[in-house]
Design a protein around this ligand. Structure first.
Ligand code: HEC
Length: 159
């Protein structure tokens, strides 16, 4: 009698269990992607902060008569590293909860160009630093500085 009842309801029980599992999985997947999105956003904002914080000391150390190349080198390396990481720091759908505008993904051409110009500027600066070539180092930094405003105007929301 009891086993008959179980047999009768078994398909329903299985379906219900299956739905629970599916539901559980999809909710977990959403939660995970939200969590990783948050990490992606925090990491890229941190990289922008590093770039900004290094900018003043880079400018001032490169504009002194007796350049402290080891200090410049440390700043140049961390800035360049941040610029490299930023190149892959904007996966699709990572705008929510950040200042990244959706135009990054709908009009990516200029964004990507500016991003690689910034990276290239740091690469040139690093080369200048390695050769202790002040002119090249400054030129690279100038190229970097020429990218910030143009990108923010079009691709970063005012809040
Ligand atoms: C290719 C585009 C691009 C370039 C080039 C760029 N930025 Fe940004 N920047 C952004 C975007 C988009 C955000 C918003 C990121 C977010 O909120 O996730 C941002 C955010 C920032 C932030 C705020 C970080 C935070 O804590 O929220 C700072 C500071 C910053 N940028 C500085 C700079 C400086 C300095 C330069 C030039 C040396 C520069 N950026 C070059 C696109 C760019």
């Amino acid at each position: 009698m009891f086993t008959q009842k179980i047999a009768k309801y078994l398909p329903k029980i299985i379906k219900f269990g299956f739905a629970m599992v599916l539901g559980g999985v999809s909710v977990a997947a959403i939660a995970n992607s939200e969590e990783s999105n948050k990490q992606v956003i925090e990491a890229r904002q941190q990289n922008f902060k590093t770039i900004e914080q290094n900018m003043k000391p880079l400018n001032s150390t490169l504009n002194t008569d007796l350049i402290d190349w080891s200090q410049v080198s440390a700043l140049a390396i961390t800035s360049h590293q941040a610029a490299i990481e930023l190149q892959s720091a904007f996966p699709k759908g990572s705008d929510a909860g950040s200042r990244a505008k959706s135009s990054i993904w709908s009009k990516p051409a200029k964004f990507n160009t500016l991003m690689s110009q910034m990276e290239q500027g740091y690469a040139d600066m690093l080369e200048g630093v390695e050769r202790e070539d002040t002119a090249l180092a400054k030129l690279g930094l100038k190229q970097v500085n020429g990218t910030c405003k143009g990108c923010h105007r079009q691709y970063r929301s005012a809040w």
